[in-house]
Design a protein around this ligand. Sequence first.
Ligand code: NAD
Ligand code: UDP
Ligand code: UDP
Length: 318
Amino acid sequence: MIPAASGGGPLRVLVTGGAGFLGSHLCERLLEQGHDVLCVDNFYTSTRRNIIPLLEHPNFELKRHDVTFPLYVEVDRIYNMACPASPIHYQRDPVQTTKTSVHGAINMLGLAKRTGARILQASTSEVYGDPDIHPQPESYWGNVNPIGIRSCYDEGKRCAETLFFDYWRQHKLPIKVARIFNTYGPRMLPNDGRVVSNFIVQALEGRDITIYGDGSQTRSFCYVDDLVEGLMRLMESSEEVTGPVNLGNPGEFSIKQLAEKVIELTGSASKIVYKPLPQDDPTQRKPDISQAKEKLGWEPKVVLEEGLPKTISFFKAL
Ligand code: NAD
Ligand code: UDP
Ligand code: UDP
């Protein structure tokens, strides 16, 4: 099905970070809808494995490129997904993380300005930092440490949002900003350090499950298919819908509950061990998705009990 907003014809869609976890699922869905997809990635946190099945597709093109450098292509839509997303990856080279968010946003906005393309930014719930309002609505300005070890990611993404809204005000660009909450599913990297992949891999290998802190901190986990649907709805929403729009699953679980669920679903003999809580680790996180419901007619369909087994099967096959 081609989205109505496209006028029915295929679009030339650029997906930056298109070889990553979310990006590769998005490329796949866009191809299914008949669009021409240009995937741009520097493979900083991904491998070609995610997109090997797409390389044969006549409407798919791959370009190795770093978004901190200018990019001259002709496109109708830009999904700006490029950025390492897992704390261990974005903290490995924090300066590069900020550059990717900020210089990457400037270049992609410049590209959108020249081509007239509609542009969507993959922002994050991290813009809320360690929130003191719960659940988090888009109107909440956040509680973010500007000089901590997570700041390269949080503040980089906040600055990217600023740039999006300034290009919108100053140059009338058609922008869309999605604030993505923790998302999981097949094609996460087994070693990328995020909690769902860590716990599943540890459980399948019979190793200790590492809870950081006492496990009382909470997260809300969205299955990848739901998230991709939300991103595509936002992109094709009417022009006055700029966001920011929260996209995530409001089901909230403590990290300890998640560990217990993974042990139960894998039938693992792994034991839970406790490790120090990283600096600035948010204590709670849950999206208020009333904007997404109202403006996009979107809400997640896949509950954790359904999404976890699919993700476990993926890691088993690996
Ligand atoms: P990911 O690490 O799997 O994908 C990111 C991709 O961007 C990778 O393929 C990586 O190689 C590429 N990349 C990184 N720096 C680049 C650069 N300078 N130039 C070109 N490509 C570059 O992560 P993901 O989970 O798929 O996240 C995708 C986007 O969604 C990110 O922007 C992330 O911040 C955002 N997001 C994800 C989540 C989540 O839970 N998965 C939550 C909030 C926001
Ligand atoms: N840019 C790009 N592709 C384009 C057009 C612009 O990568 O097709 C980059 C270019 O490097 C520029 C940035 O986007 O620095 C911002 O562009 P803009 O036109 O907003 O600003 P300016 O060119 O005046 O710096
Ligand atoms: N976490 C954990 N054990 C792990 C990996 C992560 O207890 O092996 C915790 C982490 O401290 C955080 C939560 O799980 O409280 C989510 O971590 P993740 O890195 O997946 O995402 P983020 O902190 O960016 O939401």
